[in-house]
Write a protein that binds this ligand. Structure first.
Ligand SMILES: *Cc1c(COP(=O)(O)O)cnc(C)c1O
Length: 405
């Protein structure tokens, strides 16, 4: 491994620290005989429709998150919509969400006719609990924290506010398969939570989603809403809710059952590598890591997040991203905008005028300071992590020239 940080930057014509052709980053998804056998088994059994494999997966996934119940769905997006609807949220209601997330956090609320209210994040990259109270109105029905990158939000503070104000807590747990807060899995920390198994996620069937909860009544409602409005024990063609069909196939369940066998070990590898990077990169002036919390007893990584202070580091984020990309690190600036700047928020909705929304921490991350890469890179070796640290050190070494380009 080459780690000469004094040779010219690749972006200035030097040799990249990593030759991506000879030494690519781990590919995703990862699969082996387990997935192959599972898929062939479904194919040849003829039992393609929601059955034993889905039920087995729901049991295993509930166990992973320490949940009493799991209801699978066709995506994280639909799982989120089902959670909001099952919680009884609808037109005229507001749900507090962070603006630093994927669009599905907001649309899960909006598809029921309810309105998202944005509350800024802090250095955890999650909802800042100190700002929640002032966003609560008489219409507020729930808080929906996102565990960004797998970093659990401050659930003690969020739950305390929710309990005092009679609000539901629905966790967007779409980055947090295996994350725990004080020994308990995400998704069970509030009323219910939802997960994604889309192709980029840490366990995947291409598409797929799940809801977990300890609340039997919510689980039953989610099940019915995902299953054409049927209820347990009733006649087949009797439908009790205006529902949808979000059932998982046995093919998807076969993949997910296989992926689940690998997740704990992969989570351990990612956490170990993230710890190496955290200690190396937090030493670099102008770079800060995502703030941790001792109450997080299992931290999983969907995204490895860094924040740069361009003034302290010595160049713009754009220059740093391009220089690191040239050295062989596929790092990106992340979300281009806070959610409230998306086209769907151009017009006011309910009591919310999104043109007036300002979340300075989120805006700083989007427009100036955020840097991410995917969980797959954290499946590399310890040498790979040392190489990433060397890439940052190399760019820092040449930052004066870089800033001029
Ligand atoms: C991926 C994701 C979703 C939606 O999941 P899909 O399965 O892609 O529909 C929701 N919220 C967050 C934060 C996500 O990253």
């Amino acid at each position: 491994m080459q780690s000469d940080t004094t040779s010219p930057l690749a972006i200035h014509g030097g040799t990249p620290l990593r030759d991506l052709e000879k030494n690519p980053w781990p590919a995703w998804p990862i699969h082996d005989e387990t997935e192959r056998a599972g898929l062939l088994d479904v194919l040849e059994s003829g039992d393609w429709w929601y059955g034993e494999r889905v039920k087995q997966f729901e049991k295993s996934f509930a166990a992973l998150q320490d949940a009493a119940h799991c209801v699978t769905a066709t995506s994280g997006t639909t799982a989120g919509e089902l959670c909001v609807e099952a919680a009884g949220i609808g037109p005229g209601d507001e749900v507090i969400i962070p603006p630093y997330s994927f669009i599905a956090t907001a649309t899960a609320v909006m598809r029921t006719g309810a309105t998202p209210a944005f509350v800024d994040i802090d250095d955890s990259w999650n909802l800042n609990p100190a700002l929640i109270e002032e966003a609560i109105t008489e219409r507020t029905k729930a808080i929906m924290p996102v565990h960004f990158g797998g970093r659990v939000a401050d659930m003690d503070a969020i739950n305390a506010i929710a309990a005092a104000r009679g609000l539901r807590v629905i966790e967007d747990a779409c980055h947090s398969w295996g994350s725990k807060w004080k020994g308990k899995g995400t998704g069970t920390l509030g009323d219910c939570g939802f997960f994604s198994f889309q192709a980029s996620k840490n366990m995947t069937a291409g598409e797929g989603g799940a809801i977990v909860t300890d609340d039997a009544e919510l689980a039953e409602r989610c099940r019915s809403l995902s299953n054409s409005g049927r209820v347990e024990g009733a006649e087949w063609y009797y439908h009790y809710h205006v529902a949808t069909n979000a059932r998982l196939t046995e093919f998807a369940a076969a993949l997910l059952n296989a992926q689940l066998t690998r997740l704990p070990e992969q989570n351990t590898t990612r956490a170990k590598n993230a710890a190496i990077l955290n200690s190396a990169l937090s030493e670099i002036e102008g770079i800060s890591i995502q703030a941790g919390d001792d109450r997080i007893t299992a931290r999983t990584y969907h995204i490895y997040c860094l924040r740069m202070d361009p003034d302290a580091f010595g160049c713009s984020r754009d220059q740093l991203v391009k220089a690191l990309n040239a050295e062989g690190l596929p790092i990106s600036p992340g979300y281009p905008h806070p959610l409230y700047k998306q086209p769907i928020f151009r017009e006011p909705l309910g009591g919310q005028d999104y043109a007036k929304a300002t979340c300075p921490v989120c805006e700083d991350l989007c427009y100036r300071s955020a840097l991410w890469f995917r969980h797959t890179i954290l499946l590399g070796t310890e040498d790979d992590m040392a190489q990433i640290a060397a890439m940052f050190a190399k760019v820092k070494e040449h930052v004066a020239r870089l800033a001029l380009t």
